[in-house]
Design a protein around this ligand. Sequence first.
Ligand SMILES: *Cc1c(COP(=O)(O)O)cnc(C)c1O
Length: 341
Amino acid sequence: MEKKNIDWANLGFGYIKTDYRFVSNYKNGAWEEGYLTEDANVVISECAGVLQYAQTIFEGMKAYTTADGRIVTFRPDLNGERMEQSAARLEMPVYPKDEFVKAVLKTIKANEAYVPPYGSGATLYVRPYMFGSNAVIGVKPADEYQFRVFTTPVGPYFKGGVKPLTIRISDFDRAAPNGTGHIKAGLNYAMSLHAIVDAHKQGYDENMYLDAATRTKVEETGGANFLFVTRDGKVVTPKSNSILPSITRRSLIQVAKEYLGLEAEEREVFVSELGDFAECGLCGTAAVISPVGKIVDHGKEICLPSGMSEMGPVTKKLYDTLTGIQMGTIKAPEGGVVEVE
Ligand SMILES: *Cc1c(COP(=O)(O)O)cnc(C)c1O
């Protein structure tokens, strides 16, 4: 298989059309057997449930070329499981996780020529998603759905080196205590757009959202979970029912405990203790971990001791170990890495 002629190292994070995408339609109470198509366009009713009432969910994952030339993906079972949970919360039919994994592997295989080579820093981003496709005008769940998977090659996240982020505590709330913050749904992103545009205007990279009920506890950013390191080297991640269960964050906890012998704890994290931490990072598929250098709480600056020029030492170890597992240079935990064959 010949790779596409792409300048992998200089790719950004944008949509590039690849050759194939997977489609399966849900009709009369059942999923049809899916297929690959070269048609990148979706044609649906002007009154489709997704267009009127935002009935849509998605996942995000990556395919990598390992040091020994295999194409792999990391924990696709967990993405499939999470998509099942997202579907249930929005009254959408579940696309079974085993079928989900098959569809993802099939789509990656079909677009093998777009999986960036080992060492380029680039990866193939994989986007499974589902939406209500038939006409819905009275408020109710759609009867018909489409599940799709497309891929797009994306460049190295830390192009030109790691730059720790400056984030602000947001006055906007992301998710209600018993709302939809824990599922991966477009609706959680639509409401975050104003807050992120405003943050950028004010010179911040990201918003730190607090719990909507008391505004005293750390939740997450618009698209990444927080990870903190205490001054005595313990890893802490916020616990809340309204944050998205990040697979990267859960994997980093496993790495901390099983590979690095660190203590790791999921617990409530209060704004009042932010000044006590040694390191802070944002975890998600896109970057694995982006270090945070400064948190601004309404003009009051909390500067992390790890500084504004590099990743903190524990963050760096976590990052190197998890990316090593993904790229095949460090032995993966049981079920961690799945090969595309
Ligand atoms: C996708 C997402 C994350 C990161 O999850 P990963 O599984 O690690 O990619 C974190 N927060 C939100 C709100 C997300 O949508």
